[in-house]
Design a protein around this ligand. Structure first.
Ligand code: NAD
Length: 375
């Protein structure tokens, strides 16, 4: 492996900044792997592109993302634009021989996701999705506890993902309310819990979904009103083989700021975790005297790899951007030929398949079994 890698960043909003921070911090945090060179970024207009390049430390800026794809110094491309752009940008980057780190959801339509997966497979390049929550050291710990039989045979899982950034009925209509962004909470939110479920248990074998809109229209910047085209709430029953589950997602949930709450029930105990308190998990073991049974709180600590790369002290905590740095490191490990902990486009396509099965279930009001290879 060369000791540097040229980075291109498309989009510099919320996620673009997170990627930029990850590219900047990954080497100091992990010490190993190539040192990222911040070659070029692309934004929708050149003024903002120049401003962000100066802030983030990129050498060049452009308002035409295809310039960045054509830049021979760019070896890996972060795609952090709104959902509707993911497919074209990721495909162009892969076809130009670059590795890709694309934000979730993979694409708006299932056929677009299939196209991305096919191109990625053919390219031989590494293409991964921004499923940062699987990177939490405590989520790894949950997987290890389950594998070690700490809660026995898992029989039921409940997952909720809630935020309130669209809870205000007076909040303006923007791209997340447009059908061009997808179904709504299903592909904006449900994909994240599905990434956790995929890691811990596999993909749902059947789903029954219902979507709803808390507000039918929203104010526009021009002072008018526009009909909301997406569903901000979805509720889903699912099975993963013999494990039954309930998934609810709501981006209009006043009071919830970054909730991804997992409750995992087994024959010998349970595990409770919430991303809003991402540095602690609760473990209940149905053993020992009944008088002292109860949930045990486990705080994140150097024992939960790779927490130790950030800070040597237990209980001090890591944050959201640290998950992005871990994701970046796993991407670089994968590029280097190791088996990184990533959701590549092939695994990501299965998440998309589940989401589209959920939307179909809502439309047809019946159970749907996503058709997967090998089923
Ligand atoms: P955002 O609106 O904050 O940023 C998007 C940026 O892309 C903007 O700066 C916009 O100007 C730029 N852009 C738009 N069209 C462009 C073009 N043609 N060329 C270059 N730049 C262009 O949006 P966001 O919240 O950062 O969301 C971006 C993506 O990240 C979405 O797909 C979203 O689902 C995903 N996301 C992921 C997470 C996560 O936890 N992994 C969290 C939030 C958002």
């Amino acid at each position: 492996m060369t000791d540097t890698i040229g980075v291109g960043l498309i989009g510099t909003g919320y996620m673009g900044k997170c990627h930029a921070l990850a590219w900047t911090s990954v080497k100091p945090i992990f010490g190993t792997g190539p040192r990222p060179r911040l070659v070029q970024l692309a934004e929708a207009n050149i003024e903002l592109a120049n401003q962000r390049a100066e802030e983030f430390g990129f050498a060049q800026a452009t308002a035409n993302w295809r310039d960045l794809i054509a830049n021979p110094e760019v070896e890996v491309v972060s795609v952090t634009t709104p959902n509707a752009f993911h497919a074209d940008m990721a495909v162009a980057a892969l076809e130009a021989g670059k590795h890709v780190w694309c934000e979730k959801p993979m694409a708006v339509g299932f056929s677009e996701a299939q196209r991305m997966e096919a191109v990625a497979r053919k390219s031989g390049k590494v293409a991964i999705l921004g499923y940062n929550y699987i990177q939490n050291p405590l989520v790894r710990q949950i997987g290890e506890l389950i594998a070690a039989g700490a809660i026995g045979e898992v029989n039921h899982v409940r997952v909720e993902m809630d935020e309130d950034f669209m809870a205000d009925p007076k909040a303006q209509f923007y791209w997340k309310s447009e059908a061009s962004s997808g179904y709504g909470a299903l592909d904006d939110f449900a994909v994240h819990p599905l990434s956790l479920l995929q890691r811990l248990f596999g993909n749902p074998t059947r789903v029954f979904a219902h979507q709803s809109k808390p507000y039918l229209d929203r104010p526009t910047a021009e002072g008018g009103k526009r009909a909301v085209e997406t569903f901000d709430i979805a509720s889903v029953l699912f099975d993963i083989g013999s494990i039954s589950g309930v998934l609810t997602v709501n981006r209009s949930a006043w009071g919830r700021k970054g909730r991804i709450a997992l409750q995992i029930f087994g024959s010998a105990g349970s595990i409770v975790y919430d991303q809003e308190r991402m540095n602690e998990l609760q473990l209940y073991r149905a053993s020992g005297p009944a008088a002292v049974q109860g949930y045990q709180t486990i705080l994140s600590a150097p024992a939960h790899k790779p927490y130790d790369r950030f800070i040597p002290a237990p209980g001090h905590g890591i944050g959201f951007n640290d998950l992005k740095a871990i994701e970046c490191h796993e991407l670089l490990r994968t590029i280097g030929g190791e088996k990184g902990r990533v959701i590549d486009f092939t695994a990501g396509l299965e998440i998309e398949r589940t989401v589209h099965a959920m939307a179909q279930s809502h439309a047809e009001q019946r159970w749907i079994e996503p058709k997967r290879a090998g089923h």
